[in-house]
Design a protein around this ligand. Structure first.
Ligand code: ZN
Length: 201
């Protein structure tokens, strides 16, 4: 183990920062120093914000989103199309879709995807809640916004079978050429999917 270069409080701050995604020990050290140098403007407000978040954050019982209220802000938003549920793997996907403003609908967070390799089975995912919501009279469409990975697509098939007896339309995201993308740079899987899902001009 490397020798400590600061007191235990600072070392602990560095060690915790190093556990954040995208930060290694070196960048954690830099981030810690950045925070320490801006104690009033950044370190103290950040500590307060983290404490408040840690105390108030709850998981929405309806959709699985994380928020400081249950039902969450999205579930309480009356301006959304209640007939559509967007099914996502995790909250980060929900946030990504919301940032894009792609759809003003409800969501359902599965909390993962089926993965035989990682031991993720149907009982580990929020599938009962999804079927219950899909069976509500107001629900008319499930949009499966799952990753274009083997596990994501396996999960999409599983969900489709699970709600097959319900009068709900099941759709999934198109795979294709990214906006601003050049054909030359695309992998073969993406190109083939884009060709297969071509649309009339
Ligand atoms: Zn919710």
């Amino acid at each position: 183990m490397a020798q400590a270069i600061a007191g235990p409080e600072i070392e602990r701050l560095i060690q915790l920062l190093a556990r954040l995604p995208g930060l290694g020990p070196r960048s954690a050290r830099r981030a810690a120093l950045h925070l320490i140098n801006r104690r009033e403007q950044l370190l103290s407000p950040l500590a307060d914000a983290m404490r408040v978040a840690a105390e108030r954050i709850v998981v929405c019982e309806s959709c699985g989103n994380i928020d400081t209220s249950d039902p969450c802000t999205i579930c309480r938003d009356m301006g959304r199309d209640r007939s559509i549920l967007v099914v996502v793997e995790g909250v980060s996907d929900l946030w990504a879709l919301e940032r894009a403003g792609a759809v003003r609908a409800g969501y359902h967070v599965l909390g993962g995807v089926l993965s035989p390799l990682d031991g993720v089975r149907p009982e580990h995912l929020a599938l009962d809640g999804l079927v219950a919501r899909a069976a509500l009279p107001e629900t008319r469409e499930l949009i499966l916004a799952l990753n274009a990975t083997v596990d994501g697509q396996t999960t999409a098939h599983y969900v489709t079978d699970l709600v097959a007896h319900l009068p709900v339309r099941v759709t999934k995201l198109a795979h294709g050429v990214p906006v601003g993308g050049e054909l030359d740079y695309l992998d073969e899987g993406t190109l083939t999917a884009a060709m297969r899902q071509r649309t009339a001009v």
